[in-house]
Each structure stands twice: as structure tokens, then as C-alpha cells.
Design a protein. Structure first.
Length: 741
């Protein structure tokens, strides 16, 4: 029998390694003769370096090199753009000129034989600047709004019908603006790289969600062959998007290691992670919705503006959900960027969607309030039959089943509709709901499967596991496909010399890498059949493939239990040489063309607000998701809990505040960058709606990483409105928003 391990709540195969410390993260791959580098960050927000006085630093013990634009090698920076890179602009060319483009930009690097000595020498460096006033606020009068360069399927402007005219003539309207502050990812593991050169070959033990691209990018920056760069990253201690791109510290580490001819370790400080490794861009949005009195949407206008850096146009799907979310004949979306004197923003869990859906879903909640209609009922009335933006059917869409299951499980019927109508003692109680969605992506991916003479399988892909449990879920996919127990499968990831995988982002690792692993395992089985067929002593000899079947890792004639030959037997009979297949898999282009593919979810939140202190606290929350096949419900639940907690952070706590004078993050540390801790995380509940989607990929998996953050912030804001009658248009919602209730 096939073990049927897909769908089972297996514990993590790497759990023991993680809790015992056997799992090694980038900074733990210490090398013989290793040295330590410390980045000196700019203390101005814009301008030019006029002098670097290293006299005092150079005299300190243990100092091996002080590198800056004054003495750094001119690097080729050959053109290189991956799909995750901003479509327009050029990455920071580190130490190539005297310009300071944003606060915290690396301006010098000190290398010493110990970390303490490197830090001491770094602090003794005297750098003088010619400072200009940076613009770091997208509302600044001098800031420009630009249309981003076209990016893939997403367009800066989309629409159907005449949304503006329809809005003007709608009997019921809502017109809202929102301001979502900058956030930083702040995963537990800091960015880190250990760089070591052997001749012209570079090895990087580097925190990365995308080792294949890190290899290609560093090769391009240094103008060396791709094969001469090896990136190794078996474990990632959380990332949420901040390790998708290869930031400048990796280049600096490699530059320093080459300069001194010894391995260099470079770990960013928590503070440096506030300005050099991307952030969720601040967004300003307007959502205007028109409806008939019975709640049919007549117009949706969504204008989104996001900050970017002056040297790169970071783009994300800020307004794109609005195009297909609800049935509406007149829709107009626009997406603009405001280049600022800041580091380039990057993807942060639910990138674009979470900010965009915040605006759409809070506006919809306001509309429900104006109509005197239950917010779930409003969504039900406008549930589309197809993706009206793309004019295609959905491959599957189970939004209403999510709402139905969620409303029941959450006890939505106990909610009294009137704002401020629910109390618990002196606390105001609010219940809010919102829709979550995320596209079911699948980029091309490859994987290698190897069946060994002992009947065990080795699987390899240059994938990453930043926490969702990729090691475990991929082991399940291989075990299921091969029909063997999971303990006979070993899966390795995180090496750039493994078959390339797409970025470990966009919630596509299961769809992309999982599909590749499945295909590689099937290809191995085919090869085994060929070997068996060629062997006169095999039951499969001279029997067509169609008359054979694999049952529990045994090849047999269909229905004939006694005719079996195990993997080990087939491999042994052919001289014990392992059977290996490397396969590259893309989504079926026909299905991709025909269907609109998205995961959906419904989120429910109950909060309390202290009317005297203005404190909003989530009391309980439920996320119900339909994301196709759930490969491992235990991991999936854990994923969703993490995303929901991220949503609590986005709604109520997380904010990187900038000093307008120089763009300095004023809370670039964990004491004042607020994140939800245990006391902020109440009872969280997760449920899945079973969904069979044959179109997305043979595994039927849509992906689950990002969607669980997407609906949380609007559900919380809607609950705050329900509790207080106050619609807060800014995130995070803070005490000052809720005073004087
Ligand atoms: Mo996710 S923001 O694509 O790591």
C-alpha cells in the first residue's frame, strides 16, 4: 500500500536538529583562520563622504583592513536582474563612489582578527560628510510620484467600465484614505555571511531565501563565472522576505575576504537590519466604493502609492487584488511610486496584498456599516462568478465556504451589529472580519531524486526553508510519490550547486519545488522500470509500462501481488548503481492561461479596547483558508499562526519610525520596534476548507505562506471600529488613535 503521507500532520523532520543546535545557520559555519568584519553605517541621510580618517583605527591591535570607496576594488557589477529584483534601477553599488544615498548606507568596512577588535576599530573611524536634507516622507511636497515600469502581468493602471462616473452616481459611497507605516522584517536570525576564497572560487555561507540567485548575482557583481561561486544555506532562522534579495553586505564580505586572503564573517547588527536589508514600504492609499442600496457594488477605485528608493523601483502587488476580488462592473486601480532618499524596500510577508487588502477590506467594512448590512452578507452579494479583471474562471475559489465555516466556528452570530454595542465590564468589545487572498504562484523549479541500492531515496533542490517546514513537506511529497516511508527519504536543500529552485517566497515552494520533486521521483521510477524491463530475471521483463504498477515501493504486474520487485532489488540487479533523475517543472501553460489562480481566506477577530487607556488587544482570532491541498496540516497550521501573529504586529505594533531630519530610524532596535509577544497573542484558531484544485499543479497545492498575514490587519481594524465606532486610517493603530473614547 502507498503510505499516503501527504495530508498527514508529521512533526518536523529537522525538529531535533533545531532544538539540539545541530542545525547550523549562516554565522555558525566558522572557518579556519576566520576574521571578522564590521560595517560602518552612514550617519547622514543624503550627501557625500568628504573624508575618512583611519589613523586611529589602523593603529589598534588586530586590525587587518579598513575598506571604503577610497580603496575598494572597482567591481564590474555586470548586469544582473532576477525576477525578485526591482524591474527598474540598479542595486546599490557598494563602496564604488562617495555618494550617500540613504541613512545607514555602508560607508566603510573594518576587518580584524576578532569581532571585538573590529568593532573597536570601526568606532574609532572618523568619517566626515557633506550632508543634504533627505526626503523620506512620501507626503513631502517635493517628492515626486511616478508610474512604475511595467512589471509582468501586473500593470500600474487597470480597469473596466467607468469607475469614476459610476462612483459619482452611486447612491451609497465610501471614500477612504489609509497610511500604512514602514515595517521591518526583524526575523530572529540576523543577516549573516561567511565568505572564503580559494583562488578565484568563492564559498559563501550566507543567509538566503534564494541561493541560486545569490550565486548568480555575486558572480555578476565580481565578474566571475557562476560555477565559481558556491552558496550554502541549509537553515534560515526566519526571513519573511528580507533574504530574498542579496543585499550589499554579502558583496562586502566577499570583497573583504578577497582583500585579506582569509575567510571573513560578517553579521549585521539588529540596528543595521533597519536600513540596509529592505522593509515593507510605507503606502498611502485611497479606496472609493460605490454601491446600490441593496449592497451591489457599482464602482471600486483603488489608488495606491508606495515609497521606493531613488535608485530602484521596488514594485509589489499593492492594488492588484482589487481587480478580481469582488463582482463589480466599474473598477479602476492605479499604482504609483514615490522615490525617496531611503534604502530600497522589499517584499515582506504578504507583500503588496496585505497593504492593499487592508485598504479594500476596511473600506468594504465601512460600506457594510453605511448600508446597515452584515459585512459577510455584503461580500456574499458581490461574490464573483469569475475573475472579472482577467476575464477568466478561477481554478477554484472557496471564499464563501471559508466565511461560512468561519462564522459558525467563531460565533459571528453573537455579534451585535451596532458599533460600541458590545462590552465586557468597562472594556469595549469588537468583532471584525476581512477577506484574505494571495495568488497561487508557481515558477519553474528543478529537483534531483536518487534511488540508492539500499532502497532509500535522496532528494536535492536548491530550495530554502525559512521556517514553514520545507524539509518535512518535501520529504512527504517524495515519500508519497515513491511509495516508501518518510524515514527512507532524505531531502537536502540550500546549496547553489543543487538543481535550481525559485525564490523561497511568494508562497510557491510547495507548488514549484514540490512539483519538481514529484516529477523527479516519477522519472526515477520510469528509469527503474527500464532497468527492470531489460533484466530477463525481472517480473517486469518485456512487459509494457502500462501493465506495471508501483505499490508501496515495489514494482509489480498490475494486480499480481507475487510478482513484486522492490527498489533495492531492481537497483541491486543492475549492479547497485543508484538511479538518478533531475527534472525541471513549470506550470502547465494551458492551465495558467485558462484560469485565474488564487488562494482565499476569511479572518475573524475579537478585540477589546480599554476606553480609558486607548489600548486595543486582540482577544481571539480565527483564520479559515482554502489553499488547495494541505500537504501537512500541522505545518500548515503553524504557518498560519505565524502569519496571523504578523498581522497582529502590522495592525497594532510594527512601525519603523523615521526622523524626518535625516531619515534615521528612531526605533532601530527590538526594545522599541514593537512585535507581538506572548501576552499580545491570544487564542488563535486556524481551519482549512478542503479544496481540490486540479488546475494549479498535480499536487493541487496553492501555497500558504503569505495569505495568513493578508486579512489579519483589516479584520483587526474592522474590530476596532466595531468596538469603538472609530475608523482608524493609519497603521499601526496606536494608543493615541484611541484616546477620548
Ligand atoms: Mo515572502 S515576502 O515572498 O518571503
Amino acid at each position: 500500500m502507498n503510505p499516503q503521507v501527504i495530508g498527514k500532520p508529521l512533526p518536523r523532520v529537522d525538529g531535533r536538529a533545531k532544538v539540539t543546535g545541530a542545525a547550523r545557520y549562516a554565522a555558525e559555519f566558522n572557518q579556519p583562520n576566520q576574521t571578522y568584519a564590521v560595517i560602518v553605517s552612514s550617519t547622514i541621510g543624503l550627501g557625500r563622504i568628504t573624508a575618512i580618517d583611519a589613523t586611529a583605527s589602523e593603529r589598534l591591535p588586530g586590525v587587518l583592513a579598513i575598506i571604503s570607496h577610497l580603496n575598494a576594488p572597482r567591481l564590474p557589477y555586470n548586469p544582473h536582474k532576477a525576477g525578485i529584483d526591482p524591474p527598474d534601477g540598479e542595486r546599490l553599488h557598494v563602496f564604488q563612489d562617495d555618494a550617500v544615498r540613504f541613512y545607514g548606507q555602508p560607508v566603510a568596512l573594518v576587518v580584524a582578527d576578532t569581532l571585538d577588535r573590529a568593532e573597536r576599530a570601526a568606532s574609532a573611524l572618523r568619517i566626515t560628510y557633506e550632508a543634504q536634507q533627505p526626503i523620506v516622507d512620501p507626503r513631502d511636497k517635493q517628492a515626486q510620484r511616478i508610474s512604475p515600469a511595467a512589471y509582468g502581468r501586473l500593470e500600474a493602471d487597470t480597469g473596466r467600465g467607468d469607475a469614476d462616473a459610476a462612483f459619482e452616481s452611486s447612491p451609497v459611497t465610501v471614500d477612504m484614505t489609509t497610511d500604512i507605516g514602514r515595517q521591518n522584517h526583524h526575523p530572529m536570525e540576523p543577516h549573516a555571511a561567511i565568505a572564503a576564497w580559494t583562488g578565484d572560487r568563492l564559498t559563501l555561507w550566507s543567509k538566503s531565501q534564494f541561493v541560486a540567485n545569490e550565486q548568480a548575482e555575486i558572480a555578476a557583481i565580481f565578474g566571475i563565472a557562476r560555477e565559481n561561486v558556491q552558496v550554502i544555506c541549509p537553515f534560515v532562522g526566519g526571513a519573511f522576505g528580507t533574504s530574498l534579495r542579496t543585499w550589499s553586505h554579502v558583496t562586502l564580505g566577499a570583497m573583504a575576504a578577497r582583500r585579506i586572503g582569509r575567510p571573513v564573517k560578517l553579521v549585521l547588527t539588529r540596528r543595521q537590519m533597519s536600513f540596509t536589508t529592505g522593509h515593507r514600504p510605507r503606502t498611502l492609499q485611497r479606496v472609493a466604493i460605490g454601491a446600490t442600496r441593496d449592497g451591489s457594488l457599482t464602482s471600486i477605485i483603488h489608488e495606491g502609492t508606495a515609497e521606493t528608493s531613488r535608485f530602484e523601483q521596488f514594485v509589489e502587488a499593492l492594488t492588484s487584488c482589487t481587480d478580481f476580488m469582488y463582482s463589480c462592473p466599474n473598477v479602476r486601480t492605479s499604482y504609483r511610486l514615490v522615490p525617496l532618499d531611503t534604502g530600497t524596500p522589499t517584499y515582506m510577508r504578504g507583500p503588496g496584498e496585505s497593504s492593499g487588502m487592508y485598504a479594500l477590506e476596511t473600506a468594504l467594512d465601512e460600506l457594510a456599516h453605511k448600508l446597515g448590512m452584515d459585512p459577510i452578507e455584503l461580500r456574499r452579494r458581490n461574490e464573483p462568478k469569475i475573475d472579472e479583471g482577467a476575464n477568466k474562471p478561477f481554478s477554484s475559489r472557496s471564499l464563501m465556504p471559508c466565511y461560512d465555516l468561519g462564522a459558525e466556528r467563531f460565533g459571528w452570530s453573537k455579534r451585535t451589529p451596532e458599533p460600541r454595542s458590545m462590552r465586557d465590564g468597562r472594556l469595549l468589545i469588537g468583532m471584525g472580519t476581512a477577506t484574505a487572498t494571495y495568488p497561487a504562484l508557481q515558477f519553474p523549479a528543478s529537483a534531483r531524486a536518487r534511488l540508492r541500492a539500499d532502497g532509500t531515496a535522496e532528494i536535492e533542490a536548491a530550495a530554502s526553508d525559512m521556517g514553514p517546514g520545507t524539509y518535512t513537506s518535501m520529504t512527504q511529497v517524495a515519500a508519497e510519490t515513491l511509495g516508501i516511508p518518510v524515514d527512507r527519504v532524505s531531502f537536502s536543500l540550500g546549496r547553489s550547486d543543487f538543481p535550481p529552485a525559485p525564490p523561497h517566497g511568494g508562497s510557491q515552494t510547495m507548488a514549484a519545488v514540490g512539483s519538481a520533486i514529484r516529477a523527479a521521483c516519477l522519472a526515477v521510477q520510469d528509469q527503474l522500470i527500464e532497468r527492470a524491463a531489460a533484466n530477463p530475471r525481472s517480473p517486469a521483463h518485456n512487459i509494457g509500462k502500462d501493465a506495471l504498477e508501483w505499490v508501496g515501493g515495489t514494482l509489480r504486474r498490475k494486480g499480481i501481488a507475487t510478482s513484486g520487485q522492490s527498489y533495492a532489488e531492481i537497483v541491486a540487479a543492475a549492479g547497485g548503481v543508484p538511479v538518478e533523475a533531475t527534472v525541471n517543472v513549470s506550470r502547465d501553460p494551458e492551465a495558467a492561461d485558462k484560469y485565474s489562480m488564487h488562494a482565499f481566506g476569511a479572518v475573524f477577530v475579537e478585540i477589546s479596547v480599554d476606553p480609558d487607556l486607548g489600548l486595543a488587544r486582540v482577544r481571539r482570532a480565527l483564520g479559515v483558508y482554502s489553499a488547495g491541498r494541505i500537504v501537512n496540516p500541522r505545518l500548515a497550521r503553524s504557518q498560519c499562526l505565524g502569519g496571523m501573529i504578523g498581522g497582529i504586529g502590522m495592525a497594532l505594533m510594527e512601525h519603523t519610525a523615521l526622523d524626518p531630519r535625516d531619515g534615521r530610524p528612531v526605533n532601530a532596535h527590538m526594545a522599541e520596534y514593537l512585535l507581538p509577544v506572548n501576552l499580545d497573542i491570544p487564542h488563535l484558531d486556524v481551519a482549512f476548507v478542503d479544496e481540490v484544485d486540479p488546475h494549479v499543479n498535480p499536487l493541487g497545492a496553492k501555497g500558504l505562506g503569505e495569505i495568513s498575514l493578508v486579512g489579519m490587519a483589516p479584520a483587526i481594524a474592522n474590530a476596532v471600529f466595531h468596538a469603538t465606532g472609530r475608523r482608524i486610517h493609519e497603521l499601526p493603530i496606536r494608543i493615541e488613535h484611541l484616546l477620548g473614547l
